[in-house]
Design a protein. Structure first.
Ligand code: MEV
Length: 324
């Protein structure tokens, strides 16, 4: 029997185990300004991932297990605004499932939480895809991203939608809020070192603080957002033309504007400085800021030296990633 949503109840195989995973992400340019309609560039980070698997449960109910946050609970015991529970409910609702099958949804993630690497969006995307597959349905990317966007609102109020977009499509993106995703063409691969300040910083707080700044003096901050938008457009051109070395200066300027927006921190500034001194072509914070991660553009052979310098300057973790 196939219902209106295209969901084939008889084809769904409750004994099968369905697994899906989603990468982390970094914002190359344009964070915060993107919330105010300016463009931003983001790329997936495949070195870290969130994974969800769904299988039949011997206990009645829909069970959620996420050992990294110490969660094991039945769906009906979790509040409406619990992001993981909301992701599960959104799948049942979009597929018109009134009586869900007994199942266990297990979530694992190697993406550091509250660090600007998109862990919340990656968990949502993995859960949505795995659960839909378990229910015998393959949701199109557009629908997955739209459902994950609703969960992003629980994480941080007024998200631009960039995290769920880059993570769902797992491709470099040029993103403008409310517009269809544009793929960012990468003319020549380039290397980034990612440094984690080790300070968890919920995006909700920095986004809220920028909102308060903007409300107090819109013309001043609109000008800053316009300057960031200009950087994003120039960066896109350089990336598409394979002229990636020019991105270093743009990163430095973008970081200075983020400092002006008050979303950097002593720890992030120290890491950015350390990367530059170790030979990075440019560096900036990435994501919500205050804590979390920063990125440095490097010549490939210089990546280990910059990573070492970041650790010496207090980074708790580094990652070398290639954008291509
Ligand atoms: C978070 O990854 C990026 C921000 O611009 C917030 C958003 O776009 O929703 C800080």
């Amino acid at each position: 029997m196939v219902d209106d949503s295209g969901y084939d109840r008889q084809a769904a195989d409750w004994s099968a185990r369905m697994t899906a995973s989603a990468p982390g992400k970094i914002i190359l340019f344009g964070e915060h300004a993107v919330v105010y309609g300016r463009p931003a560039l983001a790329v997936p980070v495949t070195e870290v991932r969130a994974t969800a698997s769904v299988q039949r449960s011997t206990d009645p109910g829909v069970w959620l297990e996420a050992p990294v946050i110490g969660l094991r609970a039945e769906l009906s015991c979790l509040p409406q605004d619990h992001p993981l529970a909301a992701a599960v409910r959104s799948v049942f609702s979009t597929l018109d499932i009134e009586t869900p099958p007994d199942c266990v949804i297990h979530v694992d993630s190697t993406i550091p939480v509250a660090s600007g690497l998109g862990s919340g969006a990656a968990v949502s995307v993995a859960v949505i895809r795995a659960l839909a597959a378990y229910l015998g349905h393959r949701l199109p990317d557009e629908r997955v991203s739209a459902l994950a966007y609703e969960i992003e609102k629980l994480h941080h109020g007024t998200p631009s939608g960039i995290d769920n977009t880059v993570i769902t499509y797992a491709q470099p993106v040029y993103f403008v809020r409310g517009q269809a995703m544009e793929r960012l063409q990468v003319g020549a691969p380039f290397t980034l070192v990612i440094g984690n300040s080790g300070i968890p910083a919920p995006t909700k707080e920095s986004v809220g603080d920028v909102r308060r700044l903007w409300e107090a003096d819109p013309p001043r901050w609109e000008k800053v957002f316009d300057q960031i938008a200009d950087i994003v457009r120039r960066a896109r051109e350089l990336i598409e033309n394979g002229a990636w070395r020019g991105l270093g200066k743009l990163m430095d300027t973008n970081h200075a504007l983020l400092q002006e927006l008050t979303v950097s921190s002593e720890a992030l500034d120290r890491l950015v400085e350390a990367a530059r001194r170790a030979g990075a072509l440019g560096a900036k914070l990435s994501g919500g800021g205050r804590g979390g991660n920063m990125i440095a553009l490097v010549e490939r052979q210089n990546a280990p030296v910059v990573a070492e310098a970041l650790l010496a300057a207090g980074a708790t973790q580094t990652m070398i990633t290639q954008v291509d």
